[in-house]
Design a protein around this ligand. Sequence first.
Ligand SMILES: C[S@@+](CC[C@H](N)C(=O)[O-])C[C@H]1O[C@@H](n2cnc3c(N)ncnc32)[C@H](O)[C@@H]1O
Length: 461
Amino acid sequence: MIARNSARLVWDSKNNEIEGKFASFQEVERVYVNPLYQNNPLFSEQIDISLSRTDSSENAFFQGDNLAVIECLLQQGYRGKIDLIYIDPPYLSNHEYISRIAIGNGENKQALDRSAFDDVWENSLDSYLDGLYPRLLLMKDLLSPNGSIFVHLDWHVSHYVKLLLDEIFSSENFINEIVWCYGGGSGSKKHFHRKHDLIFWYARSDNYIFNPQYRPYSAGTIQRGLTKVKGDRYSLHEKGALMQDWWADINKILSPTAQENLKYPTQKPEALLRRIIATASQPGSLVADFYAGSGTTIEVCEDMERNWIACDSSDLALQISLKRLIQKRTPGFKIFKLNGNEQHKINRPKLFCKLRNEGDHEKESNLIISIDSYQPSPENAGKLKPNANFCLFIDFWEIDLNYNGFIFNSDLQVLRKSGFDQEIAVDINLMVPKVPIYRVAVKVWDVFAENTMQVLELKTE
Ligand SMILES: C[S@@+](CC[C@H](N)C(=O)[O-])C[C@H]1O[C@@H](n2cnc3c(N)ncnc32)[C@H](O)[C@@H]1O
């Protein structure tokens, strides 16, 4: 009898013809990570900085719709180049996700809600599947012959998406359904508490990378030893017992004060990504996350010496990921934006900066860069207490010491020493190599996930 695997998921608008978007991306920023942690007042310590930008990392964050990003990557030679794709897409939860932070302290303290992303679909399941299906089809072409994809979902749509994955990657390449169990949070009085997610693992071929993972033996097994149960042929493995397909040893990020908690709703724990990346990639592998959120996958890639590509359409996701990488002191990376997708808002934030030369030395000049004022866009300004100090609602700022007019090269990043209750430093004092004309650009990222830039010029006497 011939085995037939023709069963398929069908819905009214299903379409496996992918319309080529011919989108293109523009590099908007290159980050040379060099963080300065300062609270106000004036940051007057002199920093000696050379203008060398030596890092050549190809790691990249793409801001925009991942369909266009994947199409671009395929056109630009990434077909078959990615060893591991992890995705944690929206789950059809019908929820608008908000990130809540508190800024200021004492009388000036206030809570702010920032929009993270929406998981609301006009025609519910059909629209959701219309979105995910072409993206999964294209992701397959990016995978290397040793590659794998891990698709993270929950009870809302996992059963539908499993069928799509069988169709696209073939049920023969289905490796595992991983059940990630966690505790905490609230539950319902009408049904069992929903406390697990599902992660589907599919490989591109039989030659997929698999590095077995281990868990500690139970106390009983250690005490008895395996031999009593299984006979003399078995002994305890030095690394522990082989990992099963249900993981109950990693919890969700629950505490609002946990160091890992970056206040991005749906943020996944690093330990979860560490296990997935360790399992299905090698040092030097290229790993991609096309629904990057707060950048968990990227941070773990940095720790584990994997190269990475990340994508997210949300402004807040880009900003949180960027800050996370700066805080991690990563070797550097690039930021790309979809061409033609810039929203030309009339009411942009307003930034007023100054550049002064405090004195020339033989080979160096002493520059002072200050932010004199910053006004968020009017739609966000209305959310702030009247007369709120602008040093409270700047998230962080970056400095390009030699702006070329095209790409913002972030040479320095000014962050607060502690939480949002403190004011960030807005004046900095630098020793820089002497040049006939300084063209410095300042980019400010505010707590509402908007950013704006100003270019300053100064001639040396
Ligand atoms: C569940 S969250 C990912 C959370 C992430 N795993 C983390 O640890 O922070 C899903 C993300 O997908 C992004 N997203 C949704 N649709 C997208 C699309 N078409 N292109 C790019 N990003 C998208 C959202 O902005 C959101 O940040």
